[in-house]
Design a protein around this ligand. Structure first.
Ligand code: BGC
Length: 716
């Protein structure tokens, strides 16, 4: 007997509804309320081997393939360090010729470091992250964290100076800012990529202590404190093995010791071997000069798994890392749409440029200039008009605009003063250029020479190092002659690494280091020159008197045959000059102000576990508001292993009105007293007496205090 229809209908409806409901419920990996790891595991188990492998290599110059059936989009990466790069390719390096790929041009990394202001680094990262989102990127290739070992390195401008602590603090803040926008930061180049000369072949050798104390701290900090989601392996070899397959760096240190949960991305065309990289810790291969299907981590890796040479568990680990980064940065969820070239971004570009400017010399209060007391200014030098955004190779970008130094000066005083311009020097300057510049200087009340370097190959540019510290294009002679014609000559340097100043430094009353100051640079420079802004930048790197004074060069430990032995060990930058008693041209941490700061009343209070808090009073005893970077260095009295004369372990930038005083406290963790003991192996802080040195630069220590650690302890 048939059941009545009224009984059948609900059953039928239920039968139909059940599969429909199941199909409607989003899979777990798509549910943003689920924990990241649960989503990762759910997604991973849905992938075929081929799909997992597809996540591990590029399929265009800057992207990896998506998996449309599961809603995984393509993953887009972009340079770079100081703004989102213009579009290329996608399958060639040729510019794409688009009109929607401009970005805010921020001051370069060395300039950012010169602000010594982590809040600005955070805003810098936020800007990069928001613009990257707007441009449809997922991973930004930067910041660069390599230590400036030699002043000649072509990419020094992409790095944050010579000190691991300063680099760490600025980098952590920048990465936190970028990643808060759901962008992954890919910090680079891991590790020991400290020169461009032979960067793809050079085999860097150094002892483990030097590695841990100088070249790794910034990477460790961005991984453990900044939670950077990606690390780019470097081109060079390290102890005989390419960094893209260096098990010691990638597996032992980065992944196991530091617990890095993200992806190791190769530098472009830095992968050399399928099995070597698979077992050596690489997760994503980019930029190889091969058809996509032949990438080491494409067909060949798949084949190696099928042959049983690579366990699938290893592929799972790499794919899991990729999925983790995607899910943690909300690639599968609704992400903020991003924004570009906003007033806030322009403001950050301007503020960083202003605070980055370092006043290196100011005799007889030559600066600031008072426009009310001048009639004319001669602006001289190619860098006064040269736009810098579009240079340097991978860090180049298309700026929305770029205010040159001349334009900034004209905007500030052009309506009131007679401003003339003469090139004076430059690639395209003709034989009469120098004479015309000297004439212009003679005819004006003040001459401002804007010189330095540029991003042409051989200067501040990827792919090659400089061959000399001297200013190019005959600038020394130009400045000598200009300053002879007009004693009120102010020199402004636009560059990313130290230069020498041959035969003119003593003759000019004022010298300003502006770095590559980004798209608001001209405005920032004019604001400092005319006193709207009081300079507060400090050098993040030593300026040597001569190349032979700097450590790698003094020891002939640069550009050796194939192997680069870091013979100077720990003595990089000021650690070398201070320990060896060599007088630099301008020391690390140096920078003047239009006001004066006094330091007083240092107290060092011991804390739990061999920690300490140093506090002191800082007073603006001059007539202008301004900011001082107070620097704290630690010296160990009787170290068991040799230590540098002193090491930066804290700093604070303090803004003070005229006459204002503030008590400043700097906390010193146990690590501030520790060194790396290769015999343990590990970090250890010794029972010993320490001197706490507080001052305005590494060579201008104003206060000294004593601190005793009573116990020797391992420091995690
Ligand atoms: C550089 C990297 C850069 C990559 C992609 C390489 O040559 O070393 O810093 O991110 O190219 O452009």
């Amino acid at each position: 007997m048939k059941p009545p229809l009224r009984l059948l209908l609900p059953l039928l409806a239920a039968a139909l509804a059940a599969p429909l409901a199941a199909a409607d419920a989003p899979p777990l990996y798509r549910d943003p309320s689920q924990p990241v790891e649960a989503r990762v595991e759910d997604l991973l188990r849905r992938l075929t081997l081929e799909e997992k492998v597809s996540l591990l290599h590029a399929d265009s110059k800057f992207s990896t393939a998506g998996i449309p059936r599961l809603g995984i989009p393509e993953r887009w990466m972009s340079d770079g360090p100081h703004g989102v790069r213009e579009e290329i390719g996608p399958y060639t390096w040729a510019k794409a010729g688009r009109t929607d790929d401009f970005s805010t041009y921020l001051p370069v990394a060395t300039a950012l470091a010169a602000t010594w202001n982590p809040d600005l680094a955070r805003a810098y990262g936020t800007t990069i992250g928001q613009e990257a989102r707007k441009r449809g990127k997922d991973i930004m290739l930067g910041p660069g964290l390599n230590i400036q070992r030699t002043p000649l390195c072509g990419r020094n401008f992409e790095y944050m100076g010579e000190d691991p602590w300063l680099t760490s603090r600025m980098a952590v803040a920048s990465v936190l800012g970028a990643q808060a926008q759901d962008i992954a930061s890919c910090v680079k180049h891991f590790a020991a990529n400290n020169q461009e000369w032979e960067r793809r072949k050079v085999d860097v050798r150094m002892d483990e202590r030097t590695l841990r104390e100088i070249y790794l701290p910034a990477f460790r900090a961005v991984v453990q404190e900044g939670h950077a989601w990606a690390v780019m392996s470097a081109y060079n070899k390290f102890r005989g093995e390419y960094c893209s397959q260096n098990g010691h760096l990638l597996n032992d240190i980065l992944k196991k010791e530091w617990g890095f949960p993200g992806i190791v991305v190769s530098d472009w065309a830095a992968t050399h071997d399928t099995l070597g990289s698979a077992f050596g810790g690489l997760d994503v291969e980019m930029g190889s000069d091969l058809p996509w299907q032949d990438f080491y981590f494409a067909g060949p890796l798949l084949a190696a798994v099928r042959r049983g040479e690579v366990p699938e568990a290893l592929i799972d680990d790499k794919a899991r890392r990729s999925l983790r980064v995607m899910i943690a940065t909300h690639v599968l969820d609704a992400r903020p749409p991003g924004s570009i070239n906003t007033p806030a971004h322009q403001g950050t570009a301007r503020k960083v440029a202003e605070e980055a400017i370092v006043l290196l010399k100011n005799e007889g209060r030559a600066l600031p200039l008072d426009p009310g007391r001048l009639r004319s200014i001669a602006v001289i030098g190619e860098n006064a008009v040269r736009l810098q955004a579009h240079g340097g190779e991978s860090s180049e970008l298309k700026a929305f605009y770029e205010v040159s130094p001349l334009e900034g000066i004209l905007r500030r005083v052009g309506a009131r003063l007679n401003v003339t311009y003469a090139a004076g020097y430059g690639k395209s300057a003709d034989p009469g250029a120098l004479a015309r510049a000297v004439e212009a200087a003679r005819a004006a009340d003040v001459a401002i020479v804007v010189g330095g370097l540029n991003h042409d190959s051989g200067f501040d540019c990827e792919g090659a190092d400089r061959t000399s510290l001297a200013l190019p294009y005959g600038q020394d002679e130009l400045i000598r002659q200009v300053s002879a014609a007009n004693p009120r000559t102010i020199v402004v340097l636009v560059n990313g690494s130290p230069v020498t100043m041959d035969g003119w430094l003593g003759r000019v009353p004022a010298l300003v280091e502006a770095w590559y100051p980004g798209m608001e640079g001209g405005n920032a420079l004019a604001a400092v020159l005319f006193g709207d802004v009081n300079p507060s930048g400090k050098l993040p790197c030593t300026f040597p008197r001569r190349l032979e004074d700097s450590p790698a060069h003094a020891l002939h430990a640069y550009v050796e045959e194939g192997v680069e032995e870091y013979k100077e060990g720990l003595l990089v930058g000021y650690r070398w000059y201070d320990t060896k008693g060599i007088e630099p041209l301008f020391p690390f941490g140096f920078g003047l102000s239009y006001t004066r700061f006094d330091y007083s009343d240092l107290a060092v209070a011991p804390g739990p576990g061999g920690t300490a808090v140093a506090s002191f009073t800082l007073t603006n005893s001059g007539a202008r508001a301004g900011a001082e970077v107070a620097e704290l260095y630690v010296h160990e009295e009787r170290p068991r292993l040799e230590r540098p004369e002193k090491e930066l372990k804290g700093f604070r930038k303090v803004y003070l009105q005229p006459g204002e005083s503030r008590r400043v406290a700097i906390a010193l963790a146990a690590r501030a007293f520790a060194y790396y003991d290769p015999a343990r192996p590990g970090w250890v802080a010794q029972a010993d007496d320490f001197r706490i040195l507080v001052g305005s630069s590494s060579r201008d220590i104003r206060l000294q205090g004593a601190f005793r650690r009573t116990e020797t302890a391992a420091v995690p």
